[in-house]
Design a protein around this ligand. Structure first.
Ligand code: HEM
Length: 436
């Protein structure tokens, strides 16, 4: 007779390698797998259940207290991402108008200009680390879009501060030690200095009339949207801007690194992306209007995020006893893990799950997808508010870069994926930059 697992029997495997453990548990045939991690915890493997949990976040589920609520304020300030269920809807309503498809289209020229500048640097260097470079590029882009930065000096100072803040948050959220923020030494000091510098930069811009060039920035538009009744305070605007600076690059970075690595290792797909960019844009700068025609490039990005979803695991807490669509009963206070990396590779929902095949997202196939079986941007009321921006940016970068250059990967092995806050290559991914 098999021994009954103890309350904590899964904890060593979970702590030792969370990504490997979640992949193993995602391969279990049950719709909802009980994890023995202490308090009642489940991994949801059924796409209908996942869609249900996403849709009912805020009414039936809370986000993790590490990411939202009072304890998260220290890391994220008073911002949308950290808002608890009670305050989230109103805050989201205030910010949503900034992030529509038409609104983000105005950043297309910045995206393309900064991508071309990055390519000039890469060509000069000859060999680059894709993991690092594709983190830096979206960071420059989001700083420009958010604050309308014009000088190299400002850009460098802000890049250093956003990076120091990110490193600290990664360390704290990835730590196995409770209350890790009280034991984080110099990183904590760098974090505090970075946040105070970012605040002062935003406040400076809030106080002074913005130069014309910056008028389209998120900050300028947030200020212009104040209507006197539901306006955000200066401190809340600072926190939102700092959140967007972080959220706007830390997921896109790994997404772009994986997508370009996949193109480099699937040369026929790379050539097809290039042909599409030439057919649609000739040799001129690609624009937001080209987006809807860059269908194959978009399918490459979607398929890349299926294989390597930057957000690969997140948590919800049940507010009351209930039953999921699959029939599983969930008690009050239970933790539910939802894993993109698990469901995106589940053979029940996707054929040949480990094969890179952008065709499965190429119209009209993309419409036949079961909701909940693919959710790189989450879903429901807390779905990624920046997803139109992310898609615009990723497709324009992929098309602009692939039209001009190809990458030859220096090391022939597949990069190991590391499951931290995001799913990223565990080490540098060195590649030669070669003109076609
Ligand atoms: C490939 C790129 C991106 C991915 C994969 C991604 C993924 C996600 C996911 C999965 C969530 C929901 C988390 C949860 O429900 O717990 C989320 C939320 C969020 N994302 Fe993104 N994101 C990306 C890019 C962006 C960009 C470019 C921005 C800003 C310009 C952004 C801003 C936000 C914000 C503010 C939230 C919180 C939304 C809320 O709680 O209402 N993200 N993102």
């Amino acid at each position: 007779m098999a021994a009954t697992p103890s309350r904590f029997s899964d904890l060593p495997r979970f702590l030792c390698n969370k990504l490997r453990f979640v992949k193993q548990m995602s391969a279990c045939p049950q719709d909802v797998v009980r994890l023995h991690l202490g308090s009642p915890t489940f991994l949801v493997n059924n796409a209908d259940d996942i869609a249900y949990v996403l849709q009912h976040t805020n009414d039936l589920y809370d986000k993790s207290p590490r990411i939202s609520g009072a304890t998260a304020r220290d890391l994220f300030g008073d911002s949308l991402i950290a808002a608890d269920a009670a305050s989230h809807t109103a805050r989201r309503k205030l910010l949503q108008p900034l992030f529509g498809t038409a609104q983000v289209a105005r950043y297309a020229d910045d995206i393309v200009t900064l991508t071309n500048a990055a390519m000039r640097r890469w060509r000069d260097r000859g060999v680059i680390d894709m993991r690092e470079e594709f983190m830096q590029l979206p960071l420059r882009i989001i700083i420009t879009a958010t604050l309308g930065i014009q000088s190299d000096n400002d850009m460098n100072v802000l890049m250093r501060a956003v990076t120091a803040r990110r490193r600290y948050i990664e360390r704290i959220l990835g730590s196995r030690i409770p209350y890790a923020r009280y034991f984080s030494g110099p990183l904590r000091h760098d974090f505090a200095a970075a946040v105070s510098m970012l605040r002062s930069k935003v406040e400076q811009r809030l106080r002074n009339a913005e130069p014309q060039a910056a008028a389209k920035s998120f900050l300028a538009r947030l200020m212009a949207s104040r209507d006197g009744t539901t306006e955000l305070s200066d401190a809340q605007i600072c926190d939102e801007i700092i959140t967007v600076l972080a959220a706007g690059h830390e997921t896109l970075g790994p997404a772009l690194a994986w997508a370009h690595w996949l193109l480099a290792t699937h040369p026929e797909t790379g050539r097809r992306v290039r042909r599409e960019a030439i057919d649609i844009g000739g040799d001129g700068a690609l624009t937001a209007d080209h987006m809807r025609h860059l269908q194959y490039t978009r399918a490459v990005f979607d398929e890349s995020m299926r294989l390597y979803p930057p957000t690969w695991l997140f948590l919800r807490f049940a507010r009351r006893d209930h039953t999921l669509p699959s029939g599983a009963t969930i008690p009050t206070g239970a933790k539910l893990y939802l894993s993109q990396v698990g469901i995106h590779h589940n053979p029940l929902y996707v054929d040949t799950p480990d094969t890179f095949n952008p065709e499965r997202f190429h119209t009209p196939k993309r419409e036949n997808r079961c909701p909940g079986s693919y959710f790189p941007f989450g879903g429901g009321p807390r779905a990624c508010i920046g997803q139109h921006f992310a898609k615009l940016e990723a497709v324009l970068i992929l098309a602009t870069v692939t039209r001009a250059v190809r990458f030859e990967i220096c090391d022939n092995t597949t990069p190991r994926a590391e499951g931290g806050i995001t799913l990223r290559p565990a080490g540098p991914v060195r590649a030669r930059v070669v003109d076609w």
